[in-house]
Design a protein around this ligand. Structure first.
Ligand code: FAD
Length: 466
């Protein structure tokens, strides 16, 4: 059941200190005092490692259920996170469930009507979340939110605090602890002052993102060989012609997402093959500038734009844990799987993963034996597969097409000509149309027919928004 949205004082923006934030700080200073005395014995029902969307959502749902939850993050919030910052429309349901939709709306996000994709030959295709075909699937909101992660993640973390979770920032988890068997029973962490602490819990949640330390320590991490891509992300003011569609520009040498994220700011997230890493080493800003300047349709739009802050690099991405649990530990969000940012639904998967996992953690903690607790976590793994496997397949197909220009041009031509196919696909990536709506012979047949026979759409430089 949805909780009442905490008011702005409780779930504030960076810089505003509400009651919950102050409580978190009090806990933190008390913890620091205990740690300094070397008398750390803090134990919790659940330790959540990582306070991004996956960790904050898991912690909030568990704390609401009355569990003693401790969240650890190596960063100090508000912190930025390289991301194109577009949520899927269905993420609004989870924000509402967490009681923070109103706070996110108050923070001044952008609202996106859909997605515009430009293929390497200049064909534009558009998919609209609110198209009549998609309305039949009842999206929670017909538009999606785009909001800076610095803002969103702070609001989500404050919601976890508000729900009763204790949060310790600046605590880097370096290893897991075992209970004398193969069951994880806590973590070892390094605090800001360099001291090491051991923290015990009945269950550990790994929400520590891509390259999860916990997943590696318990032998669950698995990095995929394809696609090997890396990204550069930056914020700009003054990019021209940024409308209410999130843009994806696919080129032969990578792709770039351009989206309004509110407050006159545009997020630019460029993704290129990992073999380009050497070319960007030491000068990621220069690499990004040169990349934009070398694409004729993009360059004029950035002529008067000003970059705000640093260009942040991240990747390679593709990784999927062998399974999402081991005795005493469960993985959620990017720590469990992350494929490619093109379809951009990682935040939804992180929030939804937290909602799902919380049910199974409660079952695992109620279980009267270790084997029953394992069964509950195994059931979580199965539920994740049921929930996300259709999307994983679609992501992989789209990832492969995006990496092959001739295929991308053909697909774009088909989707530009047959608008309802594009709308439906965008609805699936928006998490409110089930994957089976496009994973069927009828849809694929129609797409192939149009890909083969649709005439070339005249290329255009700018998105001619429908
Ligand atoms: C270029 C790019 C563009 C993207 N664009 C979009 C988009 O437009 N829309 C979308 O929905 N998704 C997008 N994503 C994906 C999205 O960013 C992730 O899926 C999402 O952030 C996952 O949330 P998370 O909580 O699992 O991980 P994160 O948000 O990465 O949070 C993990 C947290 O764990 C902490 N941590 C890590 N290691 C440790 C440790 N050892 N000890 C303590 N703390 C630790 C980190 O400090 C961090 O706060 C994009 C990703 C990339 C790379």
């Amino acid at each position: 059941m949805a909780m009442d949205a905490p008011d702005g004082a409780e779930v504030g923006l960076p810089g505003q200190k509400g009651g919950a934030e102050r409580r978190g700080e009090q806990w933190e200073s008390e913890a620091a005092r205990l740690f300094a005395r070397g008398s750390v014995t803090r134990s919790a029902d659940v330790i959540v490692v990582g306070a991004g969307p996956a960790g904050a959502s898991t912690a909030a749902f568990l704390a609401r259920a009355g569990l003693d939850v401790l969240v650890l993050d190596r960063a100090r919030f508000p912190r930025d996170k390289p991301c194109a910052e577009c949520l899927s429309p269905q993420a609004s349901r989870l924000l509402d469930e967490l009681g923070v939709l109103a706070a996110v709306e108050r923070s001044g996000p952008a609202h996106l009507d859909g997605v515009a994709v430009r293929s390497p030959d200049g064909t534009w295709l558009f998919g609209s979340y609110g198209a009549p075909l998609n309305r039949r699937h009842r999206p929670y909101r017909p538009r999606s939110l785009a909001v800076r992660r610095e803002v969103l993640d702070q609001i989500l973390l404050n919601a976890a605090r508000f729900s009763g979770a204790a949060v310790l920032e600046g605590a880097r988890v370096t290893d897991v602890l075992y209970d004398g068997t193969t069951r994880v029973a806590g973590v070892r962490a390094m605090l800001r002052d360099g001291s090491m602490v051991e923290l015990r819990s009945r269950l550990v949640v790994a929400a520590d993102g891509l390259r999860s330390t916990i997943a590696r320590r318990v032998g669950l991490a698995h990095v995929s060989r394809f696609p090997k891509r890396i990204s550069l992300v930056a914020h700009y003011r003054g990019v021209e012609d940024v409308g209410s569609y999130g843009e994806m520009h696919v080129e032969r040498d990578g792709f770039v997402g351009v989206a309004d994220v509110g407050g006159g700011i545009t997020t630019v997230a460029m993704v290129v093959p990992a073999r380009r890493a050497r070319a960007m080493a030491g000068d990621s800003a220069g690499f990004l500038d040169r990349w934009i300047a070398s694409h004729k349709h993009l360059a004029p739009r950035f002529e008067h734009a000003e970059r705000i802050g640093d260009v942040v690099a991240t990747g390679p991405f593709a990784s999927q844990a062998r399974k999402a649990w081991a005795p005493g530990v469960a993985l959620v969000g990017d720590a469990a799987d992350f494929f490619d940012p093109f379809t951009g639904e990682g935040i939804y998967a992180a929030l939804r993963g937290g909602e799902m996992l919380s049910q199974y953690v409660i079952d695992a903690l109620r279980a009267m034996s270790a084997s029953r607790a394992n069964r509950a976590l195994h059931a979580y793994d199965l539920a994740r597969r049921r929930e996300f496997s259709g999307k994983w397949r679609i992501e992989k197909v789209i990832g492969a097409i995006v990496g092959a220009a001739p295929l991308m041009n053909r697909a774009a031509r088909a989707l530009a000509t047959k608008r309802d196919l594009a709308d439906l696909l965008v609805g699936v990536t928006g998490d409110f149309v089930p994957a089976r709506a496009v994973l069927n012979a009828r849809y694929v047949g129609s797409l192939l027919r149009h890909a083969l026979f649709a005439p070339r759409v005249p290329p255009s430089v700018r998105p001619l928004v429908p």
